[in-house]
Design a protein around this ligand. Structure first.
Ligand code: TYD
Length: 152
C-alpha cells in the first residue's frame, strides 16, 4: 500500500461551528463541497465485515463523510493507492472520477454520507477491476495478486 492519495482525491477539513450546545457543520455546493450537489445518499446499518464499493466511476465526482462512527476507504487510481480512515464528521474525502474504491471496517452504527455531482447512472460504473486498470493505463497486475484489495 503506497498511501499516496490518488490523483483527483483530497482530504478536506470541514469547519465545525461548535458552541456550548454541541457541533454543527454546514455544506454548500461549490463552497465546502467542490461541485454543485446533484445527489446525496448514505450507507448505514452495515453488517459486520462488509466490504462495499468495488467500482470506479467514469465521470462522477463525490465527497464522502462518515457522519457517525468510522469506516475505511481504499482508493486506487491504477498507479497510487491509499487507505483513508474516515472517523470524524469534520473530515471529508473528495473522490474524483476514474478512482477504484472499496469501503470496509464500518463500525457498528456508522453512517457514511456521500454527496455527488450527478444523478445515479449505472452506465457510469466500472465494476471490473482488470477493465478499470486497462482503462487508466495501469500496468498489468502481477500474477497471483488480484483486486479487490481488501480481501485479496
Ligand atoms: P451499490 O452500488 O451496491 O452500493 P455500493 O457501491 O456502496 O456497494 O448500490 C446498492 C443499490 O442502491 C443498488 O441497487 C443501486 C442503488 N443505488 C441507487 O439507486 N442510487 C444511488 O445513488 C446509489 C449509490 C445506489
Amino acid at each position: 500500500m503506497d498511501d499516496v492519495l490518488p490523483a483527483g482525491c483530497a482530504l478536506i477539513e470541514l469547519r465545525s461551528r461548535g458552541d456550548a450546545r454541541g457541533q454543527l457543520i454546514a455544506l454548500e455546493g461549490d463552497r465546502e463541497v467542490p461541485f454543485a450537489i446533484a445527489r446525496v445518499y448514505y450507507i448505514y446499518g452495515t453488517a459486520p465485515g462488509t466490504v462495499r464499493g468495488h467500482h470506479a466511476h467514469r465521470a462522477l465526482n463525490q465527497l464522502a463523510i462518515c457522519v457517525a462512527g468510522s469506516c475505511t476507504m481504499l482508493l486506487d487510481d491504477g498507479h497510487a493507492r491509499a487507505r483513508i480512515t474516515l472517523d470524524s464528521p469534520a473530515r471529508a474525502l473528495s473522490i474524483g472520477s476514474m478512482v477504484w474504491r472499496e469501503m470496509h471496517d464500518f463500525t457498528p452504527g456508522a453512517v457514511l454520507m456521500v454527496l455527488a455531482d450527478r444523478a445515479y447512472d449505472e452506465s457510469d460504473y466500472i465494476r471490473d477491476y482488470d477493465r478499470f486498470r486497462a482503462l487508466v493505463g495501469a500496468p498489468e497486475v502481477p500474477a497471483g495478486i488480484r483486486g479487490p484489495h481488501v480481501h485479496p
